[in-house]
Every structure is written in C-alpha cells, then in structure tokens.
Design a binder for this molecule. Sequence first.
Ligand SMILES: *Cc1c(COP(=O)(O)O)cnc(C)c1O
Length: 415
Amino acid sequence: MAYSNKAKEFYGTELTGIKNNGLLKEERFIKSPQRANIKVEYPVGSETKEVLNFCANNYLGLSSHPEVIAAAHKGLDERGFGLSSVRFICGTQDIHDELEKKLSEFLKMEDTILFPSCMEANAALFDVTLDKEDAMISDRLVHASIVDGMRLCKAQLFNYKHSNMEHLEEKLQETQSCRFRMIITDGVFSMDGDIAKLDKICDLADKYDAIVMVDDSHSTGFMGKNGRGTHEHCGVMDRVDVITTTLGKAMGGATGGCVSGPKEIVGMCRQRARPYLFSNTVPPAIVAASIKIIDMISKNNERRDKLEANALYFREEIKKRGLDIKEGTHPIVPVMLYNAKLAQNMAKDLYAEGIYVIGFFFPVVAQGQARIRVQISADHEREHLDKAINAFAKVGEKYKILGKKKDEIIAMYGL
Ligand SMILES: *Cc1c(COP(=O)(O)O)cnc(C)c1O
C-alpha cells in the first residue's frame, strides 16, 4: 500500500481549505421521485420534509411521469437490465437505432448517434472532427463539458466574449487560413438562462465558411414552438450544422446524450469517438422511455406550452413583488442577490418556507454575481408558483431587498 501519510495529509488539507473558503458542496437526500413536491432530508441527519422543488432540470415534468415509468418498465422486461457491451461489439439493440432515428426526426437533423451522456458527446465531437490545422471558436461561457471536450482535441483554440458577435467576427477573420473552423456555443446558457444569438452566428458562419455547433442541453424538448430547441426558437433550423444534447434534463432526466448532424460527422463518431467505442451502451429501460418521451412531446405541445406559461407567470409576478431578476423568457430565472452570503441565507430561509432552491456564487458564477437560480417546470401548478412567489416576497422583505436594484443591494450587503 502506498497511500502515504504525505498524500493523505495533502488531500485532507485541500478539503479543509475548500470547506474553510465556504465552497464545500454538500449533498441533500431526496427520498421521493423527482417531481414538483419532493421529500428532502437536509441537512443529512435531520427530519425529512416535504418541499416544492424549484431547482431541477425537470423542465417538462417527465422525470417521474407514469407513462415514462411504464415505458421504462416495459423496456426492462422486454430487453433486460444491461447489455454488458459497448455498441459496436454486441451492445446495439433495434431500439437504439429507433431512438437515434426519432431524435434525428425530432431535431430535424440528418443523423444521430447516442452517447452515455452529453458530456461524452462533447468529449467525442471535436476530437473526431477537427485536427491541428483547424480552429475551435467558442463562446467564453460554454458549459464545462465543452471546455473538457475541446481539451481533448488538437485543433487551435479561440474564444469570443459572451454572445459578442463583433468579437466572434474578429476571431473568424483571424482564423481564415485554417482548414475547418467550428463555432461552438451553448443554445441556452445555464446560469443566466440567456439564449445564444443563433441567427447572427449562422450569418457569420455563412460569411466566413464555418461549421456551427450548438449544445442544446437546456433547450431540447421545449425551446421553439414545437420544442425542438434553440435552432427552432431562433428560426435557424436548417442552418445549425451539429447539435449535441442531453436526455438528462427535459427529456426524462435519466441519462444519455447525442450528437446530431450531417451523416458524415455522425459516421465519423461511430468509427472514431472514444466514449462511443470504449464506454458501455445506454441501457434498454432508458432507451425505451426516451422513445416514449419523443412520441409524447411530438404528439402535442401541451407540456412545453404549460412550461412557457409557467415561466412567464413566475417572471412577471416575482418582478411585481420587487425582486431583481435577469430578464428573459427561459424557465431558468436567476434572482439576483450579488452577495454570496445573502444568496445562501435566503436559500436557507426559503427552504424553511418549503421552497427548495439553491444559492449560486463564485466560482459557479462570476464574483459579485451571486444569485438564487429558480427553475420552473411544467410539473408546477399555479398554486406551487404562487407559494414560491409569496415565499420570495416574505424572505425578500426580511432582508429588505424588495424594490431594490443592483447598486442598492450591493450597498447594503457588499459583494
Ligand atoms: C447539463 C449539460 C451537459 C451535461 O449533460 P449530461 O448528459 O448530464 O452529461 C452538457 N452540456 C450542457 C450545456 C449542459 O447544460
């Protein structure tokens, strides 16, 4: 055994440092299925409490939908628990192919390849399609999984200021001599809920001959009139080249991801993507449930319409009560508090009021941008939303921040 005291002490000191800086991530136990009202043990060891959940990515309320659970059961019964293989050896069932075809049809892309997660889709895509003589030009606020995916690729790395089209254009000009250039962005950015300017990005891509790649994890299933994603929302459905997305958010929330795009790019992933070749296949229960979900949301737009109405209602009402939110339309609603301690304290008080939300602060968001990120779901009923709005108003009153703008809140609490 070579786990020495030196190593033990080193890691122990690191962990103590994280804790002393107030950055320790603690888990809370949920003791019910994922849904609008959940049973939570928090802190661990305390009594279990029923609260309303406003911090899941369960946008369409499908995580525990009876039809989805039934489909998963059926998949489990008919196709087994696991395949004990990667896809290309003996891990592909007909339902994997069916799901890939359904995803292509839903996203309106030519072809699709499943991955165990979107993180792995992002780990695959760049490495497989780009090389030293190419350029990756990414928004500065792309998701961590894209950052890691780009690290695995030998192409030259460029980035542009968040959603700044002039800066993107500069980078496109700088990289004219490269063989291929890929513009890389999230469709919706997870901390602010703001939407990439895909129409402008596609214009620039046309002008400078670049490939457009969008990670639509926070959009697939509900953004756009038919829920296809930000490419539908922005009116550029035939102009985005490659989409990566997750099945782990609106699409049932279990696990799984994909690369969807031209058949050559998907084909290259099937031949060369390491997370596809060397990691296990998505289990049948999840595949069967995902097929069901695409059928459900393709049949009618009820859930995404309800989500849209819920988000709009919550945004309007919370503003009327005097809380400071980031403007937008997405079901991610950042309630801005600027000060980390204030965000933590308010989240704790909201929990006492039966509203489960989490304070976000540095390093998850920029210094001085602390907030509570509220996430709205189609599972929320009006009474749930009203309860949360009232709780925010009550707790906001306690901290005397109602009607206060950024500068006033910062003057009271500091950064
Ligand atoms: C959540 C998220 C991911 C990770 O998805 P997984 O399927 O859980 O790996 C990737 N990209 C973005 C933009 C996300 O929001």
